[in-house]
Design a protein around this ligand. Sequence first.
Ligand code: GTP
Length: 366
Amino acid sequence: MQEAIILVGGKGTRLRPLTNHTPKPLLSVAGSSFIRHQIAKLMDAGVEHVVFATSYLAALFEEEFKNFSPDLTLSYAVEQVPLGTGGAIRNAGRLLRGDDPDAPVLILNGDILSGVDLRGILDAHRSRDADVTLHLTRVPDPRAFGLVPTDDDGRVLSFLEKPKTPEECVTDQVNAGCYVFRRSVLDAIPADREVSVEQETFPRLVAGGSRVHGHTTEEYWRDLGTPLAFVHGSADLVTGTATSPLVGSPAQALIHPSAVVDPTALVTGGSTIGPGAEIGPHVVIDRSIIGGDVRVAEGARIHESVVDHDSTIGGGSLLREVVVGCHAHIGADNELPAQLRLACGIRIPAQGVRVSGTAAACATVH
Ligand code: GTP
């Protein structure tokens, strides 16, 4: 039986306020929770048992997968205190069913959208008789990542901290957040404290002479941890740049059948419109995620943004790279610039926030 562990216990701080009430892997991406895309991919690769390594808002995962599918067994390893990525893997390992110490266990971060062929990485692991195989991806600018140089046979040489100078950029290969562990290697991770798999387990294995291999591929890869990456990942799934067994033919938009979109509105770039949403006349929504029961009034423009469920966006407002929490109210004619995060339930009056001037009368008595 092929088994897998998915790490889903992080707090997802970079995606707040979306993650205030919902763990990052349960946020909706291209019409389904992100974790469902991953589960579908794992099932396609022949995985029959998945252990969720949970901690933050753990109960919501069991709710999401209640009565899920007879073809997949799901288990939940709940950390009362987050154990870090390595500790989480070790803790989840207790719930694996197999007892073969050489069995390959597939491990995924719960926030990586990737086109990697999971059967391919399992085959590579077996054919090299590796202790650990890491999926590595190439990035155009490696400065934001820890680097993973390999030798000509793909054996990992070291794990380097984020490079600070061009000379330190010795490779463009980075850890892609998908691993295969030999079961006995997984079981040897310390069980009594927090452990980082990236900073502690992998470097220790390499230093100790274990067979740690890199499996470098050129397929689509994106870490959905930041707001912009999150909306881009969702849009890529809708437009077909990235693929998931749960998304149909490539399209410019994914509009829930219960949403109402005015015929003069333009919804493009792989945007998704959630259930019950109402999109008014002449609205433009580009590369964005609009949650359930959101109302967007006439002439509003929303670019590369997320508007969480039950919020309203007033007519003529402009949002660019903005995250709006749930139950928020943005009045008419606001201009919200990049990187703003609006708290759940916030109320901004008409023309309350702008980056350009307005001729409207001042509401305050001077
Ligand atoms: P940020 O707070 O925004 O950095 O997000 P995050 O909490 O998800 O952290 P990060 O992106 O570094 O985590 C990578 C993956 O590991 C995600 O899928 C997390 O859910 C998961 N993860 C991180 N720390 C833990 C932990 O202590 N326990 C478990 N079970 N999973 C974790």
